[in-house]
Design a protein around this ligand. Structure first.
Ligand SMILES: *[C@@H]1O[C@H](CO)[C@@H](O)[C@H](O)[C@H]1NC(C)=O
Ligand SMILES: *[C@@H]1O[C@H](CO)[C@@H](O)[C@H](O)[C@H]1NC(C)=O
Length: 380
């Protein structure tokens, strides 16, 4: 079983191998996640308090529209999709059940959600990871009704599954002292619970046909503005970052173990902790001025989102963070670019055909930032 040091290399090789150059055969993508990857599902949940469909969100998006993305412009997922040469999938809740668009991919991500059902409960309504998988199950039924069982199985086997989950299990659960999980469990026990739950979820996705899965690592949550304000000095919370690194390491091991147990599973871990951490501690190396507070002058004691009455900073490209949780589009561009730039070291075992360079030339050149060498933490 090939284990890719870098998921982007793996994905590009798969696309190259399966599409044989036919543009019509673009990979179908199904996206699961939280506010980092949401593209507007919560807009359709009437009682959800995790929404971003108002100014100043989207101020740098096409037409300056607030779409339900939790940033000022494009998400990392939007940028990565365009690098892979595929469109961003639409929000599940925006589609009618038998919309033809489901044949091209769907985004189930929902702000405030997590691996655990109880995560983010104070947002009232959101789609937890379990809910999102249930929505995918319905999508699969609808695809089957359209194109038949054999073709729908094939489509689901060949699709790409992106997963970005777990941040809220910390930020909107374990790190909230008034919630049960933070009081009931030690971190070790909590992490065990997350991994047992994640294993069931990934196995369920596999049973529904998922083979090529890219799971994104958590970033340095101890350094996001909503956590920094808890430190006396305004610095990163070391203990939180250590927990996140443990989560990443356990999640990566879980994927490896699933790959060895589940025939034809190709689950890849996309490690971006180091990349994001480096941008935060060396902002000027990447063209940023501020990484310790957000562009929007949010009230961290009151949700930390960028509300219409808040004042965004003048130059949004100078800030790494947009609100108390989410990175700016400028930071997302650098992160996506760095995730791709890690191509250089290739795959293990030795690459068969070289990955197609073409998709990398999509999109504008991002940054003249140097690429500091780092220890590699990719799978393998
Ligand atoms: C989480 O909620 C879903 C329904 O949304 C349910 O099927 C599942 O069993 C729940 N998980 C746990 C661990 O309670
Ligand atoms: C951010 O860092 C700058 C420069 O190091 C410092 O002056 C400022 O007080 C810090 N802001 C916060 C919110 O910690």
């Amino acid at each position: 079983m090939a284990v890719y040091h870098n998921w982007a290399v793996g994905v590009l090789m798969i696309i190259t191998a399966t599409s044989a150059g036919f543009a019509a055969d673009l990979p179908v993508t199904f996206v699961f996640g939280d506010s980092m990857t949401e593209v507007g599902n919560n807009n359709f949940l009437r009682n959800s308090l995790a929404k971003s469909n108002y100014p100043w969100y989207g101020i740098d998006y096409e037409g300056g529209r607030a779409t339900g993305r939790f940033t000022n412009g494009r998400t990392i997922g939007d940028i990565i999709s365009s690098k892979l040469g595929i469109p961003s999938s639409p929000p599940y809740l925006s589609l009618s059940p038998n919309d033809d668009a489901i044949l091209r991919g769907v985004n189930y991500a929902s702000g405030g959600s997590g691996i655990l059902n109880e995560t983010g409960l104070y947002f009232i309504e959101k789609l937890s990871f379990d809910d999102q998988i249930t929505c995918f199950e319905k999508t699969k039924e609808a695809i089957k009704a359209k194109i038949g069982e054999e073709a729908s199985n094939k489509l689901c086997n060949r699709a790409l599954y992106f997963i970005g989950m777990g941040s809220n299990d910390y930020v909107n659960n374990f790190l909230q002292p008034f919630l049960a999980d933070g009081q009931q469990y030690t971190h070790e026990e909590f992490l065990d619970l997350l991994m047992v739950t994640l294993e069931k979820q990934l196995t369920r996705l596999y049973a529904l046909g998922a083979r090529m899965v890219v799971m994104h690592s958590l970033g340095p949550l101890g350094c996001i503005p909503s956590q920094r304000v808890k430190s006396k000095t305004g610095g990163c919370l070391k203990r939180v970052n250590e927990w996140v690194l443990q989560f990443n390491s356990r999640a990566r091991d879980l994927l490896l173990s699933l790959n060895s147990r589940l025939p034809r599973a190709r689950m890849m871990f996309s490690e971006s902790y180091d990349i994001v951490y480096d941008i935060i501690v060396n902002p000027t190396a990447y063209g940023f001025k501020v990484s310790n507070t957000s562009c929007c002058n949010v009230d961290t004691s009151l949700g930390g989102l960028c509300l219409p009455n808040a004042r965004p900073c003048r130059d949004r490209t100078e800030y790494v963070f947009w609100d108390a949780y989410h990175t700016t589009e400028a930071a997302n561009l650098v992160i996506a670019e760095r995730v791709f730039a890690d191509h250089s070291t290739g795959v293990s075992p030795a690459p068969a055909p070289a990955p197609a360079p073409a998709p990398l030339s999509h999109g504008p050149p991002i940054t003249s930032a140097p690429a500091p060498s780092r220890s590699r933490k990719f799978m393998g």
